[in-house]
Design a protein. Structure first.
Length: 576
């Protein structure tokens, strides 16, 4: 290939296509069916987590095919590849959940390796589940190559016995069967009805929360996240994503680190708080910031949560689903209202190079029921908040959207694993007013920071909802509701004070103005317990769990595993 075929400055991919000693590389490409024209074009990675691991991922390959078509139409050569995904839904409430958060790092790392190893010029990514979605955003920011992310969308809500339901109802339904309030036959019918299509969970759980975050950060096309997975308009969205990444490549930006700034990170936190989104969102935003080299911790997240009004009446704390928001105007509708009220920075960039304020200028006003006007907010501060106190010196997250009981004080029931707590919950061996402590489930202690939707949903199904509290250094699902405090940092295995709690200790939780969680013991008792605390014997983990436990940092920093922003140097492209 001679220089006449090069209309633009050298691209990364030319390190594999140009030059005498690249004849073997070109031979490999010809073995894939590429010709001279295809090899002369930009090579654009198209990555998905498609597979049979969950309904969230089931049709991502089909969607990505439309993006590949858009890339080709715009003069690029799409290069399809896949990576892993671990379903939170199918790994929930057993040892498999320890794999979930770890998979976030493995996915980001694997995308980095393919992009670097093959020297692709740009990237379109499709994700559809709680961890693969932030993982792809992390990879894009780490690589800082022209990138477009597309969330694969959620399932349609189901109708059961005349009411709208989702998969979360099956978790709570299991608890109702345990109490005798519902029959096994009823639960079987609910189970068969709860997820009528492929796609992610349809409420404002982690997937939809992070889909909104991707839009607000500028890494996804505005208006894309809440389109249901099975809607035909996703074909046009895919082609748009393919053309858009080619435009960004031609312009030289905006690149992911142009988009992910302190202001856009604050906007991301605001969209989580305003919609009563998943507590996982705060931790993932910190991890995305880390990839950009921006110090952003739980404290920064909490400050934005504190000043952002809750305007989304969305499941699990509210009444509506992602589909309802999509029908009304999607994320642009919410963004426009929050910019007007001063709760979002309007001068951050979007993928097209427009400011966020300009890009959402034509969005409709909130409807007043699904999304409230800011002047009629559900709550003056966000649906997710950070608590601090002597049990959480660095902080802990709780979703307060829909929470009625804002202060809880009671005796601790201490469990050193999720399994031990779940056994007591199934046996209903706990009482009203208890504070259930599940420790040693943090990033290092798990390892893997398991998500606790199983225990919380069963508690609700047993009719004990806000009558007890649950506190853990593990995580909670975006579908969790109730007095459920997670991500408590520092974790017990890292020397955090949760390790000092004993059965019967009084614990006070105040999610109102105080924003505190405290263990009510005398100062002298603190020191005596710390001195008496036995050092845990070393565990032989091996494999990925050993590497993760060795490297992972506190949830306060996003449970990240490397030192921060990295540069992707460009090789000198050889002459023809």
């Amino acid at each position: 290939m001679d220089s006449s075929q090069r209309a633009t400055p050298p691209r990364r991919s030319e390190i594999t296509t140009r030059g005498l000693d690249r004849a073997p590389h070109r031979a490999f490409m010809r073995g894939q069916g590429l010709d001279d024209t295809a090899m002369a074009r930009p090579m654009v990675g198209v990555v998905t987590t498609t597979g049979d691991t969950s309904p969230c991922n089931a049709n991502l390959g089909e969607q990505a095919a439309h993006a590949a078509r858009g890339i080709a139409e715009a003069g690029g050569t799409p290069r399809n590849f896949t990576t892993i995904s671990v379903s939170d839904g199918l790994s929930m409430n057993h040892q498999g959940m320890k794999s979930s958060l770890i998979s976030r790092e493995v996915i980001a790392d694997s995308i980095e390796l393919v992009m670097r190893g093959h020297a692709y010029d740009a990237l379109v990514g499709y994700g559809g589940c709680d961890k693969n979605l932030p993982a792809m955003l992390m990879a894009m920011v780490r690589l800082n190559a022209p990138s477009v992310f597309v969330f694969g969308g959620s399932t349609l809500p189901a109708v059961f016995e005349g009411r709208t339901v989702s998969v979360i109802d099956t978790y709570e339904g299991a608890g109702a069967v345990m109490t005798g309030a519902k029959s096994r036959e009823w639960l079987d019918r609910l189970e068969r009805a709860a997820m009528p299509t492929v796609g992610a969970c349809p409420g404002q759980f982690t997937a939809n929360t992070m889909g909104m975050v991707a839009e607000i950060l500028g890494l996804s096309p505005l208006g894309s996240a809440l389109i249901p997975a099975v809607y035909a308009e996703r074909e046009a969205l895919g082609r748009q994503a393919g053309r858009l990444v080619m435009e960004i490549l031609a312009r030289g930006g905006p690149l992911p680190r142009d988009l992910v700034t302190r202001k856009s990170l604050e906007n991301a936190c605001a969209i989580v708080a305003a919609t009563g989104g998943s507590t996982n969102g705060g931790m993932h935003i910190c991890a995305i910031a880390h990839e950009a080299g921006i110090p952003f911790t739980m404290d920064d997240v909490g400050a934005v949560f504190e000043r952002t009004p809750l305007i989304g009446n969305l499941k699990p704390g509210g009444a509506f689903y992602a589909l309802d928001v999509h029908r009304l105007g999607g994320v642009p509708m919410i963004a426009k209202a929050l910019i007007a009220s001063g709760h979002l920075h309007g001068d951050t960039l979007t993928l097209t190079g427009e400011t966020l304020e300009a890009a959402v200028a034509d969005a409709p006003a909130p409807d007043g029921e699904v999304i409230r006007p800011v002047a009629d907010a559900i709550d003056g501060s966000g649906g997710v908040i950070v608590l601090k106190g002597n049990l959480a010196p660095e902080g802990a997250f709780i979703k307060v959207a829909g929470l009625k009981v804002r202060v809880h004080e009671g005796p601790a029931r201490v469990f050193d694993s999720e399994e031990a707590a779940m056994a007591a919950i199934r046996a209903r061996a706990y009482g009203e007013g208890d504070v259930l402590i599940i420790r040693n489930e943090g990033p290092k202690g798990g390892p893997g920071m398991r998500e606790m939707l199983g225990p919380t949903a069963v508690i609700y199904g047993q009719g004990m909802g806000e009558k007890v509290a649950l506190v853990t250094d593990g995580r909670f699902s975006g579908a969790t509701r109730g007095i459920c405090i997670g991500y408590l940092s520092p974790e017990a295995a890292g020397g955090g004070p949760l390790a000092l709690v004993r059965d019967g200790d009084r614990v006070r939780i105040d999610t109102g103005e105080a924003r505190r969680i405290d263990l009510l013991i005398a100062d002298g008792e603190w020191q005596a317990r710390r001195e008496a605390l036995a050092k845990a014997p070393p565990r032989r983990l091996a494999g990925v769990f050993e590497k993760y436990a060795r490297d992972v940092k506190s949830a306060y920093y996003g449970a990240v595993t490397h030192s921060g922003a990295v540069e992707w140097p460009m090789d000198e492209v050889p002459d023809a």
